[in-house]
Design a protein around this ligand. Structure first.
Ligand SMILES: Cc1cc2nc3c(=O)[nH]c(=O)nc-3n(C[C@H](O)[C@H](O)[C@H](O)COP(=O)(O)OP(=O)(O)OC[C@H]3O[C@@H](n4cnc5c(N)ncnc54)[C@H](O)[C@@H]3O)c2cc1C
Length: 212
């Protein structure tokens, strides 16, 4: 069972990853009706194709009939773990159900909705709990750091004079290699603009060459 604190449209997996799950041999992705029909509780912003794709795939999984003898991966959305219980070993997980709220930025993207408890709780019997809540950047000495987001604050990749960032430390731990290509193009164009604007030193040390 996979618990996700937000809805289908905000799930942190990418569409292609979700799609690939559907092709695993002898494994069924299962989404219960209650989690499929979140309606207004899980809005998809119009013009957000990635979120729309995730919702569409979730519906497709939901319509499939689980095959006898296959392993099942059951998705539960709008659910957060609260407490792991058990005496000598893990025996159960207490969870809370959530609602989605629009954060300060407004509904600019379906991904920007936050999960808040809605006051309903339940329990799942289990002997194993695995945590998978993403990654976080670490600070680097002498460079500003945004503790809340785990990123180095920057403007189009520029941190300060002659210091640049790209990738997850620039925008947070999301996206794939292709996303980082676009991200680093932006950083490099900022760097080149700074170079052309004379923000780099004009004198450099001697170039070291290897002795033959
Ligand atoms: C489990 C997992 C699976 C993934 N699978 C895919 C996939 O199949 N396809 C895909 O496209 N993307 C995938 N991704 C995403 C992809 O890995 C990231 O988008 C990408 O690695 C981010 O690049 P980055 O340069 O920001 O960070 P990284 O690739 O993490 O590079 C940061 C580098 O900085 C180094 N570093 C850290 N601190 C310091 C320091 N103080 N001084 C010097 N060096 C330092 C680190 O050692 C590291 O080498 C996956 C990510 C994860 C976590």
């Amino acid at each position: 069972m996979i618990l996700g604190r937000r809805g289908r449209a905000q799930a942190a997996y990418s569409g292609p990853e979700f799609l690939a799950l559907g092709d695993l041999e002898n494994v069924d992705g299962v989404i219960d009706g209650a989690d499929l029909d979140l309606g207004a509780a899980d809005p998809v912003r119009p013009g957000d194709p990635a979120a729309a794709m995730e919702v569409r795939l979730a519906r497709e999984f939901g319509q499939r009939e689980p095959r006898p003898g296959c392993k099942r991966i059951v998705f539960h959305y709008l659910t957060s773990p609260l407490v792991v219980t058990g005496s000598a070993r893990v025996e159960a997980l207490r969870y809370g159900r959530n609602k989605l709220v629009i954060d300060e930025s407004g509904l600019l993207s379906s991904k920007l909705l936050s999960a808040k408890p809605r006051g309903e709780e339940g329990s799942l019997d289990t002997s194993l709990v695995l945590r998978s809540i993403g990654y976080r950047g670490n600070p680097v000495g002498g460079v500003a750091f945004d503790e809340k987001r785990g990123v180095i604050p920057n403007e189009r990749g520029r941190v300060c004079d002659r210091v640049f960032v790209s990738g997850w430390i620039k925008r947070g731990p999301s996206g794939v290699i292709g996303t980082n290509k676009v991200c680093s193009k932006e950083t490099v164009s900022t760097l080149l603009a700074d170079f052309e604007a004379g923000r780099f030193p004009t004198t450099v040390g001697p170039v070291r060459t290897r002795r033959s």
